[in-house]
Design a protein. Structure first.
Length: 201
């Protein structure tokens, strides 16, 4: 095991602002290990698969992708570039309070949704589903689109959901994950792969 002094020297030599290395060193020092859960190539292939389904399923529809901030940024950017049919892009954010409803923010800026629109909610991860359900009900009531579908990149545990566009990447655990939009204490959303943090045995 490398000493703390050696780890700090490596941090300075490689790059003083390398946040991934900072996080990795911090996890080593606190008895944590990092494993790559989904590699960049897996993620990009999944995006191609999802985009092909959207192209084929909604080629005759008016489609609006609504990104759920902040985790959607890399997924939304790569997905929209991979889709061939004409689409529009909107975003919204939310704040979740324990025991209360989800507070939707920035929704007044949305102008592209109407009764003929297929809304596709794009998010980084689908956990319990409560947040996505609340956002769906909000958009349905306020904008009354033709349909609302869900497009998370990652989902915890396999589940059948009528609104899912395609089968996302699946993680069968409650372990903390980060990268590619998912944050690690506010950092590392910019990692190209998705990692999981585990305690050392």
């Amino acid at each position: 095991m490398m000493t703390n002094k050696i780890l700090k020297i490596l941090l300075v030599i490689i790059h003083p602002e390398n946040y991934f290395l900072k996080g990795y060193i911090a996890m080593i020092q606190t008895s944590k290990i990092v494993n790559c859960l989904f590699h960049e190539k897996q993620i990009q292939q999944k995006i191609i698969d999802i985009s092909e389904i959207i192209d084929n399923t909604f080629k005759d529809d008016e489609v609006v992708l609504v990104g759920v901030l902040n985790g959607c940024y890399p997924f939304l950017a790569d997905l929209m570039r991979s889709i061939s049919i004409p689409i529009q892009i909107e975003t919204l954010s939310y704040k979740s309070y324990s025991g209360d409803n989800v507070n939707i923010k920035n929704s007044d800026n949305i102008t592209s949704i109407n009764k003929n629109t297929i809304v596709i909610l794009v998010d980084d991860i689908f956990d319990s589903g409560r947040t996505m359900k609340e956002i769906t009900e909000y958009i349905a009531e306020k904008y009354k689109p033709k349909d609302i579908r869900w497009c998370p990149l990652v989902i915890r545990y396999p589940m059948k959901r009528r609104r899912l566009i395609a089968e996302p990447l699946v993680i069968n655990s409650d372990k903390w994950i980060f990268g590619y939009g998912l944050d690690n204490n506010g950092f590392q959303r910019n990692e190209r792969s998705i990692y999981t943090i585990e305690s050392k045995k």
